[in-house]
Design a protein around this ligand. Structure first.
Ligand code: ZN
Ligand code: ZN
Ligand code: ZN
Length: 369
């Protein structure tokens, strides 16, 4: 797995005229070699020259955490009084066009730029992002496992097995988080619970509000799967809405149109369709009912080892979808001071058409008040 990824990265480096890729904290490193850098002030950096063996430079006492692949990269530990920037410069050996991980701390980038004043820098996302955006069969299987786990939790929400009325949003959020872990995730990335008018805020932070009868409860949650040591986890991300009591006709009607818009966008997410055209499908359907003015965000984002990654389904992204792209389709409407709703699935573009990884019911679930 990692050997193939490294050779694809080197191919992209050759095409892009990149002499070396430098990866530190963030998801590129675990995706590429299975090791996640400690997000600390001590530098961890994988140096991947285009035509020389790669080297992982890290604090010597953290080397024991690395699952070794000597055929892919050497390991060089640095001691507490060493200068790790100097170690990286030596490993680069005079190369000059460098791609550095998007999330690398600026103190390290600034240190490297001062040590290598003649070098040219680009963000490694330009090299690695397009490769990560095309999932292998094994990656799609991992995303499916993640999706099936949160589907089961969504079903518990929809059928009233997770109590809502009388609990705070924060308590329901913690409950969802525990269930995400019980479903084979190593960590919870978020568990948004937004009830009543809080549902009008797409990234509402679950708080002290007690969920009452006769409100919408929007739940958007996901985590990263637990994998054997030295292998990266993959993310889940789902949104479903539950109404605590009989929904008002106005809300039900808007929700039904949202459900149609979401389903149409899923069906339209075919190989070759520009990403922005899929966004437009949902926006057009919502617009027919004058709901598009409440659809405040892009339709979706790619997903993999990271919750949000390429490709983004947004106006302006004319890149056509390719087989293996995995992304969310999550239209919503958000009416300030009143209510909101969103429906989100993870979908994979395949040569046989769009494959929705989340299959739990999409209609507005109603639990008794
Ligand atoms: Zn979001
Ligand atoms: Zn989500
Ligand atoms: Zn999402």
């Amino acid at each position: 797995m990692f050997g193939e990824r490294l050779s694809r990265v080197r191919q992209a480096m050759e095409t892009g005229g990149i002499d070396a890729v430098l990866l530190s904290v963030g998801p590129d490193l675990p995706w590429l070699i299975g090791y996640e850098a400690m997000p600390l002030e001590r530098l961890t950096m994988l140096v991947v020259p285009v035509d020389k063996p790669a080297k992982l430079i890290l604090p010597a006492f953290e080397a024991a955490r690395v699952v070794e692949h000597p055929e892919l990269f050497a390991i060089e530990g640095w001691g507490e009084t060493d200068d790790p920037i100097h170690r990286v410069v030596e490993a680069l050996g005079g190369t000059s066009r460098l791609a550095i991980g998007d999330r690398t701390w600026s103190r390290f980038l600034v240190g490297l730029q001062q040590a290598l004043p003649a070098s040219d820098w680009v963000a490694a996302g330009e090299v690695v992002g397009p490769i990560r955006a095309v999932k292998t069969e094994a990656e799609i299987a991992a995303l499916q496992r993640a999706a099936s786990g949160v589907d089961r939790i969504a079903e518990q929400l929809r059928t009233g097995q997770i109590p809502l009325i009388g609990r705070t949003e924060a308590a329901v959020s913690a409950d969802l988080g525990q269930r995400i872990k019980d479903e084979g995730h190593a960590k919870v990335n978020f568990a948004i619970v937004a009830s009543g008018e809080n549902a009008a805020s797409p990234h509402h932070h679950a708080g002290d509000k007690v969920i009452g009868p006769n409100e919408v409860v929007l739940c958007d949650f996901g985590g990263t799967t637990a994998e054997p040591e030295g292998e990266p986890g993959y993310c889940s991300d789902i949104t479903r809405c539950v109404y605590t009591g009989e929904p008002p006709a106005e809300f039900q009607e808007a929700y039904d149109i949202l459900q149609e818009a979401q389903a149409q966008a899923v069906s339209g997410a075919t190989v070759g369709t520009p990403a922005e055209a899929v966004d437009a499908i949902a926006r057009t359907r919502l617009g027919e009912a004058d709901l598009d003015k409440w659809f405040l965000h892009r339709l979706g984002h790619g997903i993999g080892v990271e919750e949000h990654e390429d490709p983004y389904l947004v106006e302006g992204n004319t890149e056509p979808l390719v087989a293996g792209n995995a992304f969310s389709i999550e239209p919503g409407f958000y009416v300030d001071g009143k209510w909101g709703a969103r429906i989100e699935d993870i979908v994979v573009a395949t040569d046989d058409g769009p494959l929705a990884l989340n299959t739990v019911g999409h209609d507005l679930a109603v639990v008794e008040a």
